[in-house]
Design a protein around this ligand. Structure first.
Ligand SMILES: [Zn+2]
Length: 551
């Protein structure tokens, strides 16, 4: 077992036990009638532990009613809690109540509670890509929205593959350049079930986490977007711009069913000036939010085939022009390649912002990266300290697939490898190909750029009102942690939006530590329930501040 049980105390001030006075189903009334009373202080782990009897029914099924009650209680406590976010000070404790007092839970708290159940439902719909098969998830969402009185459209992009679009209008005449798009993708990467300790499509709750493929990437954000969108509708929010909900398909495959096709065919349905999507993160270090990375740009992916050719023959009589040997030597040389450092404006600002947050030693090297005398050494130290930092400041090349041979006793005529290249936006692939050709220096080996290369998009503005709102609200809500512009090394749907003049920003609003972030495309993906709840709340505040008119 490698789970880390949360031993931090979730109890700050009086513990609250919430009892529903009315029946409540997952998609129930936004108003939950509750009574609260003091109870013994329990740890979060104890509250959510399967052995506590709080959430498990006989037979091992999760009792969702109980889970939702617990989450509602946690939402209230979260303001004062440091679990696992350790908001650095500001949140106010929920007002304590005496026994027999009852009240109406704030509808925005209620919708956050429901959002956790929607996340569980979405995890249970397997949308592993390939093949994706997003249609059932799209239908689930559209039904949910219809039930709220929101017209939702399921848009088919390919057989079995669909997206969902819905709109809350601010006025009769739409103004696409002002509209705000809430984006998330329906598909997930596949799973290797044998390496998971729980059912990847079971939405199992354990030690305060919800486990499941997509829990973070990207069904967490999908459920959060749904909660925000539905809450705007339920509260009859006075919008100053249209808010559009978009659930995309094939994000993980970037293939024919992806946002490219959606934009090409259906742009008018969701044309917007601003978007919030995945791509950036709320980074937790040593139990508290270190910084908020707001993605405003991303690297560009391309693939290069490495092809070695030789003479085929009988394996009993090896020759010097064996294609496998030439490929292996070429890939070994490519493995040593280090592209020159090139700071984009966003990355420069990112490093300026992160330097004071790191320990003295690394901070000193980060600040020295631009100096003439120690710059090169500093860049090496910083690159070695973090693969993320290394990839943020240069083009990278990673060999990913090798293939050769048809039988154990046959020397093949050809051996192939794939290099996955991540370019800084604006860097030409030709430079990398030239560098690699010089490095390999073998006439038996050819490099061929593959046709599916991505397009570099212009970065989103770091001066827009929306960027400022995201930074201001997130920083305030996460205890004053700084919000830094972020250029992701990974790809998102935002690049396509930016190519269509959308000011798109990436922020998965859940505070997550490295351990949880690492599981995103790996085994036992999970999201801490308190982080989910906090993230939904923060996203709601960001959208409200940007799109709702106050009186
Ligand atoms: Zn994703």
């Amino acid at each position: 077992m490698h789970y880390h049980s949360s031993s931090r105390r979730a109890c700050f001030g009086p513990a609250i036990e919430i009892r529903h006075r009315t029946g409540n189903d997952r998609a129930g009334s936004p108003y939950l009638h509750v009574s609260m009373k003091h109870s013994g202080c329990k740890t979060l782990a104890a509250l959510l532990s399967p052995d506590s009897g709080h959430i498990m029914e006989e037979g091992g099924f999760v009792n969702w009613n109980r889970v939702l009650k617990i989450i509602a209680g946690l939402s209230a406590m979260l303001w004062a809690a440091s679990v696992p976010v350790a908001a650095q000070g500001i949140p106010q404790p929920a007002p304590s109540r005496t026994a027999r007092q009852s009240s109406v839970v704030d509808p925005t708290v209620a919708v956050r509670t429901e959002a956790a159940a929607w996340l569980a439902d979405l995890i249970k719909i397997n949308t592993s890509n390939p093949p994706g098969n997003e249609q059932p998830a799209a239908t689930f969402i559209s039904r949910l929205l219809q039930k709220e009185g929101i017209k939702a459209e399921v848009v088919d992009v390919a057989p079995g593959r669909s997206a969902v679009v819905a709109r809350l209008r601010s006025s009769v005449v739409p103004e696409p350049s002002k509209a705000l798009l809430l984006v998330a993708h329906l598909d997930t990467v596949p799973v290797d079930k044998s390496r998971w300790t729980v059912d990847p499509f079971g939405a199992v709750i354990k030690d305060g986490y919800m486990y499941g493929r997509g829990a973070i990437d990207d069904k967490g954000m999908l459920a959060a977007n749904l909660a925000v969108f539905i809450n705007l509708k339920r509260t009859n929010a006075h919008l100053n711009r249209d808010v559009i909900f978009l659930a995309t398909a094939d994000e993980e495959g970037s293939g024919d069913a992806s946002i490219r096709t959606l934009i090409a065919k259906y742009w008018d349905k969701f044309a917007a000036g601003f978007a919030i999507n995945e791509g950036g993160n709320v980074f937790v270090k040593k139990g508290k939010v270190q910084y908020i990375g707001v993605q405003a740009s991303e690297k560009v992916a391309a693939n290069i085939a490495v092809i070695a050719r030789g003479t085929s023959g009988h394996a009993s009589q090896p020759t010097k022009d064996n294609a496998v040997v030439h490929l292996a030597a070429a890939v070994a040389k490519i493995g040593t390649y280090t592209a020159p450092v090139h700071f984009t404006a966003i990355v420069r600002r990112y490093f300026e912002g992160i330097a004071p947050l790191e320990d003295d030693e690394i901070s000193k090297w980060i600040r020295s990266m631009d100096t003439t005398d120690r710059g090169e050494h500093a860049q090496r130290v910083v690159s070695d300290a973090s693969p993320l930092w290394n990839s943020m400041m240069r083009d990278t090349v990673a060999p990913t697939v090798l293939s050769a041979g048809v039988a154990n006793n046959v020397i093949p005529a050809e051996a192939r490898g794939n290099l996955n290249v991540r370019l800084l936006p604006g860097d030409p692939i030709g430079t990398v190909v030239n560098d690699l050709n010089k490095l390999v220096n073998d006439p038996a080996v050819k490099l061929e750029v593959q046709p599916n290369a991505g397009l570099a998009a212009p970065p989103s503005s770091l001066d827009s009102d929306f960027y400022n709102v995201i930074c201001r609200v997130a920083s305030r809500e996460f205890g004053g942690a700084p919000a830094l512009p972020f250029q992701s090394t990974w790809l998102t749907d935002s690049a396509q939006l930016r190519l269509h003049s959308v000011q798109a920003y990436g922020l998965v609003p859940f505070p997550l530590n490295d351990e949880d972030l690492r599981r995103m495309h790996g085994d036992d993906e999970r999201i801490p329930l308190v982080a989910f709840d906090k993230g939904v709340d923060v996203l709601m505040k960001i959208v409200t501040e940007f799109a709702v008119t106050r009186y």
